[in-house]
Design a protein around this ligand. Structure first.
Ligand code: CAA
Length: 288
């Protein structure tokens, strides 16, 4: 199948990788060639690790990469499916869905990897809301088994079945979810992360102490503050804002410390600094 993936960041790159690994032809798009190149370099590096670990042969690695076609410009595309994995901003996603509607065949399914933006709202700006759906992968995409499949109010049974079957074919576990703010994953995860940030903000404990409590006390693979850095603090704030506005309950208000970090450009791992310091400093090991 020919699939357009819009967004070559950590999510889009991971989605492109898992599709290509199953033999799909992936057209990978982003706002410029540098970002696409960066995304493909990340995929190549991860596949190299799989070769080193004996999970892939060098030839298989080459074949997977050959299935990914960098496409800085996309117009009138003959694709069966488009998966949007762009930055978590409503205005941007609305523009993209209008564009995808106009530049893909009428029968193409338009999916969004959004973590919290309404699928119903995205569908409403297209001519075919029955073919608009949420396909929410978890980070890191090649490792995590879950895909939330989100039905907008107008999403058809056929579109749902198509995306569910694709998720199964990618060796993922699809879970059907209705279109309400944060769906299930982020409705539950983000308030926990926000509460961990409040605990830090109020001086209850240090970054390391909060993460240790959750790792050793609750068996989470990463502490909530390390996980926030991994997701991106801008994305965490965007999701909290969607929960707060969409559900109208003050329990979802984003912590002022989270807002301050985002205002400072401390966005977590991708910017080199968040609750932890990721800047390469050989003498110091501040990674979680
Ligand atoms: N891409 C591909 N593979 C990766 C990877 C990546 N980015 N990061 C780690 N892996 C693989 C490694 O290759 C490794 O496999 P091998 O050892 O067999 O090679 C395996 O995962 C384990 O990695 P590590 O030993 O380096 O580290 P770890 O045991 O701590 O696992 C982790 C890393 C899988 C990320 C683990 O810490 C984890 O599960 N963390 C929680 C992840 C999570 O909660 N994700 C959901 C985020 S929320 C989200 O995505 C939704 C949203 O909308 C915000």
């Amino acid at each position: 199948m020919r699939v357009l993936v819009v967004g070559a960041g950590q999510m889009g790159g991971g989605i492109a990788q898992v599709l290509a690994a199953k033999g799909h032809e992936v057209l990978l798009n982003d706002i410029d060639e540098t970002r696409i190149r960066h995304g493909i370099d990340g995929i190549a590096k991860r596949l190299e690790r799989d070769v080193e670990k004996g999970r892939l042969s060098p030839a298989q690695r080459g074949e997977i990469l050959e299935h990914i076609d960098p496409r800085p410009h996309v117009h009138d595309l003959d694709v069966t499916l488009a998966i949007e994995a762009a930055t978590e901003r409503l205005d941007l996603k609305l523009d993209l869905f209008r564009f995808l509607d106009a530049n893909t065949p009428p029968e193409a399914i338009l999916a969004s990897n959004t973590s919290s933006i309404s699928i119903t709202v995205l569908g409403a700006v297209t001519s075919k809301p029955d073919r608009v759906i949420g396909m929410h992968f978890m980070n890191p995409v090649p490792v995590m088994k879950l895909v939330e499949v989100i039905r907008g109010i107008a999403t058809s049974d056929a579109s749902f079945a198509f995306v569910r079957d694709l998720a199964l074919a990618l060796d993922k576990t699809p879970v059907e979810v209705r279109d309400f703010p944060g769906f299930v994953a982020n409705r539950v995860l983000l308030p926990m992360i926000n509460e961990a940030i409040y605990a830090l903000y109020e001086g209850v404990a240090s970054v390391e102490a909060i993460d240790t409590v959750m790792k050793l006390g609750m068996n989470h693979p990463m502490g909530p503050l390390a996980l926030a850095d991994f997701i991106g603090l801008d994305t965490c704030l965007a999701i909290m804002n969607v929960l707060h506005e969409g559900l109208g309950d003050s329990k979802y208000r984003p912590c002022p410390l989270l807002k301050q970090y985002v205002a400072a450009g401390w966005l977590g791992k991708k910017s080199g600094r968040g609750f932890y310091d990721y800047a390469p400093r050989p003498a110091q090991d501040a990674q979680p």
